[in-house]
Design a protein around this ligand. Structure first.
Ligand code: NI
Length: 268
């Protein structure tokens, strides 16, 4: 059965995420065992700003399901632009989509990315579940390494394609762990490595959002010319604070997200 509804799409994204990331399932089980009910704050998706796969394309199923544009973000150093989409149903995760600004990269990177995108069939491109379709092109280890030289983000998208980069546990919905520092201590005591770039806790109460994340686990990925162990996805944790109007802040903090992008950097 083709996937045509938002709940089915979100299920597919979660199942795919835990299937390729043993770490995600372990974290989920760890909190479930503690009796916690896990609410997902946001799902992050990555892409290129090419017209066939850009934010406008990836956001289609969410807009169709009633999501609305909530804000945009610039990451100058990483040459990324991002938007978030939110839903009035607070049980639904916010969707954060970033895109690599191809015009800021070399012509060889552009040629390589264009060649990958040319491989996407029109049926795949039009599929409702395109955001969860996986890698819609073939990729060699050589091409992966070439992309890596300019951008680890580009290499990640090329290797994994369209699937969630991370899910995020909403700390506000947890019972035992209300302080992000206690949560981090608990994760480390259970053997998980945290992204320490810019400190383990990104953001603060003053910017209405605190975040931390694990480092991505490494998984074996098939390429056209062999297999390679590379960083896959990570798990994120977010604590949101109320704005002066009393409503919980739903946006993101560019400076914090900038550091969190490094959770999939090689050699962390
Ligand atoms: Ni995130």
């Amino acid at each position: 059965m083709p996937i045509q509804t938002l709940p089915a799409l979100l299920d597919k994204m979660w199942n795919d995420y835990v299937e390729i990331n043993p770490l995600a399932q372990k974290i989920y089980d760890l909190f479930t065992k503690e009796g916690e009910l896990i609410l997902n704050d946001h799902i992050a998706l990555r892409t290129f700003n090419h017209p066939r796969v850009n934010i406008d394309v990836l956001s289609r199923p969410f807009l169709a399901a009633g999501y609305t544009y909530g804000g945009d973000y610039h990451f100058t150093d990483k040459k990324l632009y991002a938007k978030h989409f939110e839903h009035s149903d607070t049980n639904l995760p916010t969707i954060f989509i970033s895109e690599l600004k191809l015009e800021e990269f070399s012509s060889s990177l552009n040629q390589l990315v264009n060649r990958l995108i040319d491989e996407i069939s029109p049926e795949k491109e039009l599929a409702y579940d395109f955001v969860a379709i996986g890698r819609p092109w073939n990729l060699s280890i050589q091409d992966y390494n070439e992309l890596m030289r300019e951008s680890d983000y580009a290499a990640w998208v090329a290797a994994f394609g369209y699937r969630p980069n991370h899910f995020t546990i909403l700390i506000n919905a947890l019972n035992k762990f209300t302080d992000i520092k206690d949560l981090n201590t608990f994760l480390k005591a259970n053997g998980f490595k945290l992204n320490a770039s810019g400190g383990e806790v990104k953001g603060s109460k003053e910017v209405f959002l605190e975040q931390s994340s694990t480092l991505a686990n490494t998984i074996e990925v098939d390429f056209t010319d062999g297999k390679l162990n590379i960083p896959a996805c990570y798990f994120e944790f977010a604590k949101r604070y109320p704005l002066p109007n009393g409503k919980l802040y739903k946006g993101f903090v560019a400076n914090s997200a900038d550091k969190i992008f490094e959770s999939t950097k090689q050699g962390q």
